[in-house]
Design a protein around this ligand. Structure first.
Ligand SMILES: Nc1nc2c(ncn2[C@@H]2O[C@H](COP(=O)(O)OP(=O)(O)OP(=O)(O)O)[C@@H](O)[C@H]2O)c(=O)[nH]1
Ligand SMILES: [Mg+2]
Length: 193
C-alpha cells in the first residue's frame, strides 16, 4: 500500500528525566503496554524510525537508537539530534517528531499532518485545545537543522522556537484527545477515564 508516512522519518525524543512523573514515563504502562510503544506504533509506517535516547536504554525493534547531541538539554536538543540523524541516514526531508508521552497519537493523525504540508513550509503543527500550536507532535523539515543548531548555541531551549511562525502550517485536529500528554501519574489516570 502507498502510505504517505513511508516517505517520512519518524522520531521520538526520549531523553527526558520524567521528574514530574517520578519514574521513567516512557516505560509506564497504559492498557498493559509502555507509553513508548504506543507512540512508536503511531509512527510504525515511517520509512525510517529513530529514537533519541541514551544508547541501549530502550529496545524498539526496527528503530535506530540515536544519542543526544546535547544530553539533558531538552526536546529542542532532541529535535537537533533527530534532524541530524534523518539527514545522515536518509537525506533531506520531513521528520514526524514527538515525545514518549503522547500515547494517543495515531497513524491517521500523522497522515493528516503530512497531507497539510505546503511548498515553503518547514513545520506542520496541530492546534491544541487552547488553540496553541503543539510543537511536540509535529512535522519538521530537515532544512531547519542549521537554525535549530544556531538557536541552541544561542541558549534557546524552547521547542516552540524551532520554526518561525511564518514557516509553520497549523491544523485543527478533529480529535483533540490524540494530543493527550502524560506529565504526571494523575495524567495517566485521567487518560483512562
Ligand atoms: N532526547 C532528549 N529528549 C528529551 C530531553 N528532555 C526531555 N526530552 C523528551 O521530551 C519529551 C517531552 O518532555 P517532558 O514532558 O518535559 O519530559 P521530561 O523532561 O522527561 O519530564 P519532566 O522532567 O517532568 O519535565 C519527552 O519525550 C522527553 O523524554 C533531552 O534532554 N533529550
Ligand atoms: Mg521536561
Amino acid at each position: 500500500m502507498n502510505d504517505i508516512l513511508n516517505g517520512l522519518t519518524g522520531a521520538i525524543t526520549a531523553g527526558g528525566k520524567s521528574s514530574r512523573f517520578g519514574s521513567d514515563k516512557a516505560l509506564a504502562l497504559l492498557e498493559g503496554r509502555p507509553l513508548l510503544h504506543h507512540v512508536a506504533d503511531s509512527l510504525g509506517s515511517c520509512g525510517l524510525r529513530v529514537v533519541v535516547a541514551p544508547p541501549g536504554k530502550y529496545m524498539l525493534a526496527g528503530w535506530h537508537n540515536v544519542p543526544d547531541t546535547r544530553p539533558g538539554e531538552g526536546p529542542l536538543a532532541g529535535l537537533e539530534a533527530a534532524l541530524e540523524a534523518a539527514v545522515q541516514l536518509k537525506g533531506a526531508g520531513w521528520v514526524a517528531f514527538t515525545g514518549v508521552d503522547l500515547p494517543r497519537l495515531t497513524p491517521d493523525f500523522w497522515r493528516t499532518l503530512a497531507a497539510a504540508r505546503t511548498p515553503g513550509a518547514l513545520s506542520v503543527q496541530p492546534l491544541d485545545a487552547q488553540g496553541r500550536p503543539q510543537p511536540l507532535a509535529a512535522l519538521y523539515h530537515t532544512d531547519l537543522l542549521p537554525q535549530v543548531t544556531g538557536l541552541l548555541d544561542a541558549g534557546e531551549r524552547r521547542l516552540r522556537a524551532a520554526a518561525e511562525a511564518k514557516s509553520v502550517v497549523t491544523i485543527v485536529s478533529t480529535e483533540l484527545s490524540v494530543l493527550l500528554n502524560v506529565n504526571t501519574p494523575a495524567d495517566l489516570t485521567t487518560i483512562l477515564r
